[in-house]
Design a protein around this ligand. Structure first.
Ligand SMILES: Cc1cc2nc3c(=O)[nH]c(=O)nc-3n(C[C@H](O)[C@H](O)[C@H](O)COP(=O)(O)OP(=O)(O)OC[C@H]3O[C@@H](n4cnc5c(N)ncnc54)[C@H](O)[C@@H]3O)c2cc1C
Length: 400
């Protein structure tokens, strides 16, 4: 009997697992992972919200991703509906939260989701090689790993590298693979934090008394980019779902040596006119503000800290501050604690099917490539879609 062709997959995150799953139907698949377990960052994602994907489907997904066009084909071929169908097939039903985020049904833990995927991979014949770090590959498709018992080599017909970004390096995604790529003349871009918190040089009063307090139902604006949701005041600055979508704009401003001002609207559901109306009564005093405008102590403290005495004490000018409070951002939080990273593999090194121009039998998938998307399920969706798309590209190349 003719033996099956070999695919070497490196990296046991969502992108690598998805590629392995589809390829296992047609190939002998070997999945190498340098850590002692598969899917550590996936499990970490589960500790937070665990947005497996988003309710946006098909074309509606595309504007969430940059650079524009890079992921279009992958997302259209394997969108959130396809991902949810696949999860259901593995015994993982999902539901849409009110925010559009898609979660596993109540009672299904992240560990269970990972277990179902791994069991399915095993039943399809995928061979796992844990604690094996890729250290070299060449044009002859020879891949070398350092394992617990020393060097291990394997020759592949095809390969999918799904080596991840560089945040939360404790999960294995340390970005160290960029050295290997540089040695081979494959261009990489330094990693930068995305979907991360902001450093703000808080006045002492904010840091001392308001750290840990949430600002709910707010709107944030940087230039023409707007985001709604919640932000958390931390001792270093701000975190939260209202903050993360603004990071690309803030990153661009910092790179251009401009100080980003994040404009805080504490009452996005009230128009400026409505607030002015409230302020128009006679004898409105500053002590009336919290009750009159329904502002909590953290909101009041922020307005006080970022305004002058005159604007604060005049009821009408105060309403302007409620809707337009400028807070200077000093920098982004470090890569290691970001939810995701940009940078990594320069997308110009890839053919449209995500194979490397310099190594046409080697495909790349997931966060290791320089693309970006906001939180809300779009990161996992992008990684799963790329895993699927590379698998189909390999199957098509071999069988047509
Ligand atoms: C705190 C947190 C919460 C998140 N929450 C969400 C969420 O709710 N929704 C969402 O969509 N996304 C979320 N994400 C992002 C999401 O987890 C990642 O985008 C996704 O895991 C990327 O998948 P990947 O397969 O590309 O890479 P990874 O999951 O990073 O996997 C890459 C794997 O490659 C291995 N590897 C690296 N180098 C080598 C080597 N040389 N040899 C062998 N193996 C190697 C690594 O050990 C790692 O296991 C979250 C991330 C974090 C940090």
């Amino acid at each position: 009997m003719k033996s099956r062709k070999i695919v070497v997959i490196v990296g046991g995150g969502p992108a690598g697992m998805m590629a392995a799953w589809w390829l296992a139907e047609k190939f002998e698949v070997h999945l190498f992972e340098k850590e002692k377990m598969i899917g550590q960052k996936f499990l970490l994602a589960g500790k937070g919200g665990f947005n497996l994907t988003n309710r946006l489907t098909g074309e509606a997904l595309l504007p969430k991703y940059s650079p524009a066009g890079f992921l279009d084909k992958a997302l259209l071929e394997f969108d959130s509906l396809k991902l949810r169908e696949w999860l259901l097939q593995l015994g993982i039903p999902t539901f849409e939260g009110s925010s559009g985020r898609v979660f596993p049904e109540k009672g299904i833990t992240p560990a269970y989701v990972l277990k179902q995927i791994l069991e399915s991979l095993k039943s399809r014949g995928v061979v796992f090689h844990l604690k094996h770090r890729l250290v070299s590959f060449n044009q002859e498709m020879e891949f070398v790993f350092i394992g617990s018992k020393g060097k291990v080599g394997i020759t592949a017909d095809y390969s999918v590298l799904a080596l991840g970004g560089a945040s939360w390096s404790s999960t294995g995604s340390d970005g160290a693979w960029t050295n290997l790529f540089s040695e081979k003349g494959i261009s990489t871009i330094p990693f930068q934090a995305s979907n991360c918190g902001l450093n703000v040089d808080w006045p002492d009063a904010i840091k001392l008394y308001h750290t840990g307090k949430p600002l709910k139902n707010i709107m944030l604006r940087v230039n023409d980019k707007v985001s709604r949701g919640e932000a958390l005041i931390t001792d270093y600055g701000l975190e939260g779902n209202a903050v993360y979508p603004l990071v690309p704009e803030i990153r661009n401003m910092l790179a251009a040596s401009r100080i980003p001002l994040i404009c805080l609207d504490l009452k996005p559901l009230n128009t400026a006119g409505q607030l002015k109306e409230k302020a128009s009564g006679t004898n409105v005093k500053t002590s009336d503000y919290p009750a009159l405008f329904k502002l909590n102590t953290a909101s009041m403290a922020l307005i006080k800290a970022y305004s002058d005495k005159m604007s604060f004490s005049g009821p009408e000018s105060f309403t302007h501050l409620i809707k337009n409070l400028p807070i200077p951002v000093s920098s982004l939080r470090p890569v290691v604690e970001a939810i995701s990273t940009v940078g990594g593999l320069d997308t110009r090194e890839l053919n449209p099917d995500f194979s490397l121009k310099k190594f046409p039998g080697v495909f790349c998938a997931g966060e290791m490539a320089d693309w970006d998307a906001p939180t809300g399920g779009f990161l996992l969706q992008g990684s799963f879609s790329m895993g699927y798309f590379t698998a189909q590209a390999i199957i098509t190349d071999q069988y047509t």
